[in-house]
Design a protein around this ligand. Structure first.
Ligand code: SR1
Ligand code: MG
Length: 397
């Protein structure tokens, strides 16, 4: 039974769980609760109220049938979660079962948590966020680099996490389509079409910078990335957070993960500005600064451990960290552009219902993005904060 893959519906998942999971063999309820772009997520509850999550990869993406993808992404996600659990056990959900044939995994139900993007959209604050997310990034990213990891093990992981199809999604959606719309699937907000044509599609210098960043994404295997580290990939509550969904994991440039996080916090900042929530604007600014300062501090401390194993000089560590930060802000710019121009949007921006406010939020985002990509002096969180400050006041036409 279940030795040949098929895409499950609610009834199939009930039977699957009854057959496979201890404590769930009796009467169970099942609901599909997925709201992501790719997979199916089922919550299964037993008669005593205990619940688990079954996540299955389908042969196509939910967002569009034009993305035909290997269901092997569920293996990548599960194996990445298991590896992250070695470094940060409290910051990822627990895996209960992985089923390669069915391309599904069963994991702990985080029902006491909420998707962070949803909470940010209602202007909720979290005191522990910066500390926990900086630990997640520093531990998982820095410990999988050549500084800390045995080179044979690192190359085994590179092989295990070759992820061509999901990388291709990123190569197209993040690094190509927002600039040349070659698949004609960009979605421009009414009122911003001309601005985007002039400001993004017609800026050749910008395209050259982006092409260089794409070359880096394609070739630089620095660390095992989460690969899609936005605020929709974080479950959070008042006390803790759990990072989910690492199906885009592969060995790539560290700045890709950190930059994605920076950009997605910036979407919350743009939204708070649009709603005149000035206290929240301030909270996001503090969260950005604290996250980046802690990430840098923790990364440096971990990198220094490496000098106990190898001959690693302070100068080498500092140059490495500086390059990670430079990449972070440039890649944050890419993420901002693609979410505003491209197919896969973020609700922080799309739910700004006031037309003029949304137009302004998008123009602010695109302007910050362009400076992040083109201005190589944006290499620190303080320079990035200066940029946000500049566009808080600027009128964009
Ligand atoms: C076709 S998938 C679109 C986007 O959803 C995922 O969460 C990634 O961000 C991807 O780029
Ligand atoms: Mg996802």
């Amino acid at each position: 039974m279940y030795s040949n893959y098929f895409l499950m519906n609610n009834e199939d998942v009930k039977k699957y769980v009854q057959a496979k999971i201890e404590g769930f063999s009796g009467e169970v309820q099942c609901q599909e609760i997925g709201d992501g772009n790719l997979n199916y997520v089922f919550r299964v509850t037993n008669a005593s109220g205990a619940s688990i999550i079954v996540k299955q990869a389908g042969p196509q993406a939910r967002i569009s049938e034009s993305f035909v993808l290997s269901t092997d992404r569920n293996r990548i996600e599960t194996e990445a979660l298991l590896l992250e659990a070695e470094y940060t056990p409290d910051l990822v959900p627990k895996i209960i079962l992985f089923d390669q044939a069915m391309s599904c995994c069963v994991m702990e139900d985080l029902r006491d948590f909420e998707i962070m993007r949803k909470d940010l959209m209602t202007f909720k604050t979290f005191d522990h966020f910066a500390d926990n997310i900086s630990t997640f990034m520093a531990e998982n990213l820095i410990r999988t680099t050549d500084f800390l990891m045995n080179p044979i093990k690192k190359k085994q992981l590179q092989k295990q996490f070759i992820n061509p199809e999901l990388c291709e999604i990123t190569e197209h959606l993040v690094y190509t389509e927002p600039y040349i719309d070659f698949k004609k699937q960009n979605i421009l907000t009414k009122g911003n079409e001309e601005f985007i044509h002039n400001f993004v599609y017609n800026d050749k210098e910008l395209h050259i910078k982006v092409a260089k960043l794409k070359q880096q994404f394609l070739t630089q295997g620095q660390a095992l990335l989460h690969g899609d580290l936005h605020t929709g990939s974080i479950f959070i509550n008042e006390k803790a957070l759990k990072v989910i969904d690492p199906e885009f994991a592969f060995y790539g440039p560290i700045g890709y993960d950190v930059g994605n996080l920076v950009a997605n916090l910036t979407f919350s900042w743009l939204r708070a500005l649009a709603f005149n929530e000035s206290a929240y604007v301030h909270w996001i600014e503090e969260a950005l600064v604290e996250t980046m300062e802690k990430f840098e501090f923790k990364s440096r401390a971990i990198l220094k451990e490496s000098s106990e194993q190898f001959t690693v000089y302070e100068e080498v560590v500092e140059e490495f960290l500086a390059s990670v930060l430079r990449d972070t802000f440039a890649i944050a710019g890419l993420e901002m552009n693609r979410r505003i121009i491209g197919l896969a949007k973020v609700a922080d921006i799309t739910t700004i219902n006031h037309k003029e406010a949304r137009i302004l939020a998008e123009r602010r985002g695109l302007s910050i993005a362009k400076e992040c990509i083109k201005n190589e002096a944006i290499t620190s969180i303080s320079r990035y904060m200066q940029l946000l400050l500049k566009y808080k006041g600027e009128v964009l036409v």
